[in-house]
Design a protein around this ligand. Structure first.
Ligand SMILES: NC(=O)C1=CN([C@@H]2O[C@H](COP(=O)(O)OP(=O)(O)OC[C@H]3O[C@@H](n4cnc5c(N)ncnc54)[C@H](OP(=O)(O)O)[C@@H]3O)[C@@H](O)[C@H]2O)[C@@H](O)CC1
Ligand SMILES: [K+]
Length: 482
């Protein structure tokens, strides 16, 4: 599990660690890691390479200058474009000059590598105009073989909001981001996350000094493989879990078919369907046990309710009945719109069994009374606390937030999933994982992770439809669990 910490936590850990070290040690550790990665980006052909450092007025610029000095000592031609000469890191600039580098107002003609040391965790807002101009000018340069320069960001791509991952205005798009001590939220959530490119975490000894509860958890393949229930010879359909699906309608049978498809791809041993799309569901998925009425559904261990249900009285009754059980529940799409109703919200607050809400931004806005805004993690956490439910806020980096303040970010998101019906598949899979006994937040992040992998897998074969995603869910799990 990768973990990210907010700036204030990084600052206090840094302070505590620095008290035990000679001055400048951390910056030297950071610069050494940065220089190592820069050399790698130049295929170790450092001698004669054109390196331009974009140097802002803080320690982020200091890191770039010291790394530049190390590269200059290996024969690189290093130029520092200093954005604010009066406030530049003086010792860093001195080290660069001593190693044969130089400072200039504009980038040189040949640039193989750009080191973005404009601003790090001290950033406020998007890039200022001077910095943006210097960036654009440098990006127009070409390398020794006429190629586009490689961009390495120091700590974070400059111009992003480090704590929220929001981007307002101009920001650097990096090929690689070399970060120090720990990941920060901007590396893993929001529009900033893809701007970081590949992430390299340099160990500067900060970890033991960081608070034990990170702001965001990011699972990897091994975490997800571990979370998935393991089935043995003693298992049968009921021990594996039974998931009930109350989605779709005669008008929207597709939603029912897709959510049952998602559920069939999960660990549950049996999928039951209850609703007016019964016939279509059984035709598409003969192994599903289907009834017209929720009251006749039989025993289940978790419910999925919502998508394609509509918002009429029958839909409201279905949501109310599901909420009246003491079972884990996934509330998706139309169910979320019905929750805006005060009586329904009271029903929710009275429950002790787990609930997972799966809004996209518009559904979120209806439920919360405001858009998720720039701080998506904060917004998801507030809604989770308010509703006493786990919130899965959909997006390129889907966020899962719990009422007690835990946050996960999904790293497998893909634009391929931005197509009709994929949310139905996700809700079904999530219900199956809940029925399989996973804790609601673990079920939610596991579902998002697998759904993202399936979207990526489906996209390898051309434009993606929701059935493609559903069909890819089982192969990606098989590949994951070996
Ligand atoms: N923490 C650690 O453990 C370690 C940290 N290390 C390094 O230190 C970095 C943090 O350094 P830092 O505190 O000096 O702040 P930093 O990011 O350089 O920025 C501050 C300057 O930028 C300016 N500025 C602000 N916004 C801007 C914008 N949008 N566009 C343009 N400029 C903007 C701002 O100007 P001001 O607002 O004051 O006018 C201020 O002068 C950290 O990211 C890492 O690289 C490592 O060396 C070792 C271990
Ligand atoms: K930077």
């Amino acid at each position: 599990m990768r973990q990210a910490w907010r700036v204030a936590d990084v600052r206090s850990a840094e302070e505590a660690l620095m008290a035990h070290l000679p001055a400048g040690t951390l910056m030297q550790r950071a610069a050494a890691g940065l220089a190592r990665r820069c050399a790698l980006m130049l295929d170790q052909r450092v001698y004669g390479a054109g390196v331009t450092l974009l140097v802002g007025p803080g320690n982020n610029g200091g890191d770039a200058l010291y790394a530049g000095a190390m590269l200059a000592r290996r024969g690189a031609s290093v130029t520092a474009v200093v954005l604010d000469p009066e406030r530049v890191h003086q010792a860093g600039l001195k080290a660069l000059r001593a190693a044969g580098g130089r400072a200039a107002a504009t980038p040189p003609a040949t640039v193989d590598l750009i080191v973005d040391g404009i601003v790090g965790i001290g950033a406020k807002g998007g890039l200022r105009s001077g910095a943006a101009t210097a960036l654009h000018r440098t990006l127009e340069r070409r390398g020794r073989r006429g190629q586009r320069p490689v961009v390495v960001a120091v700590d974070v791509p400059s111009g992003v909001d480090v704590d929220t991952g929001n981007v307002e205005g101009v920001a650097v798009r990096a090929d690689v981001t070399v970060t120090f001590g720990c990941l920060k939220p901007a590396h893993v959530v929001g529009p900033a996350a893809p701007l970081a490119g590949e992430l390299e975490l340099v160990d500067i000894g900060l970890r033991p000094w960081l608070r034990t509860d990170p702001a965001i958890l990011v699972p990897d393949r091994a975490d997800i493989a571990r979370a998935l229930p393991k089935h043995g010879p003693g298992d049968e359909k009921y021990t594996r879990g039974v998931v009930g699906i109350a989605t779709g309608s005669a008008t929207y049978p597709g939603a029912a078919i897709l959510s049952t498809w998602g559920a069939l791809a999960g660990p549950a041993g049996l999928v039951r369907y209850a609703g007016s799309a019964r016939e279509a569901v059984v035709q598409a998925h003969p192994s599903v046990i289907a009834t017209d009425r929720l009251a006749d559904a039989g025993r289940v261990q978790a419910w999925v309710v919502g998508s394609g249900l509509g918002t009429d009285d029958a839909a409201a009754t279905a949501v109310r009945m599901v909420l009246a059980t003491s079972l884990p529940v996934v509330l998706d799409a139309d169910a979320l719109n019905l929750l805006v109703d005060g009586a329904m919200a009271d029903l929710m607050r009275g429950r002790s069994a787990p609930m997972v809400l799966t809004p996209h931004d518009r559904e979120f806005a209806r439920l919360a009374g405001e858009e998720p805004g720039a701080d998506r993690v904060g917004a998801a956490l507030r809604l989770a606390a308010h509703t006493n439910a786990v919130v899965l806020l959909k997006g390129d980096r889907t966020i899962v937030a719990t009422p007690n303040g835990l946050t996960y970010a999904n790293p497998t998101g893909t634009a391929a999933l931005a197509t009709g019906g994929t949310g139905d598949v996700l809700a079904g899979l999530l219900g199956s994982l809940l029925a399989g006994g996973l804790r609601p937040e673990v079920a939610a992040i596991t579902a998002a992770y697998l759904h993202g992998l399936a979207g990526r897998e489906a996209a390898r074969h051309g434009p993606v439809t929701a059935p493609d995603v559903a069909a890819a869910l089982r192969p990606v799990q098989a590949a994951l669990t070996g």
